[in-house]
Design a protein around this ligand. Sequence first.
Ligand code: FES
Length: 69
Amino acid sequence: MARLVRHDAVGPIEVKPQEKSVWVCACGLSQSLPFCDGSHNAAKKNEKPGTLCIYDKARKAVVETKPDA
Ligand code: FES
């Protein structure tokens, strides 16, 4: 599975060293970027292998799906 997510940021976000692990979002769907907020769980549940999912601007809903060529 793959997804297209619109990002408006134009620069990096610093994650300073922490005492505990810090989970940085890699799926692009977090509402708390750069940190993971668990939104990837919905993607894992709803996205199907071989499908390209295009998300809305709020990164909350799939608005279109296509075969992932
Ligand atoms: S990896 Fe993106 S919300 Fe968890």
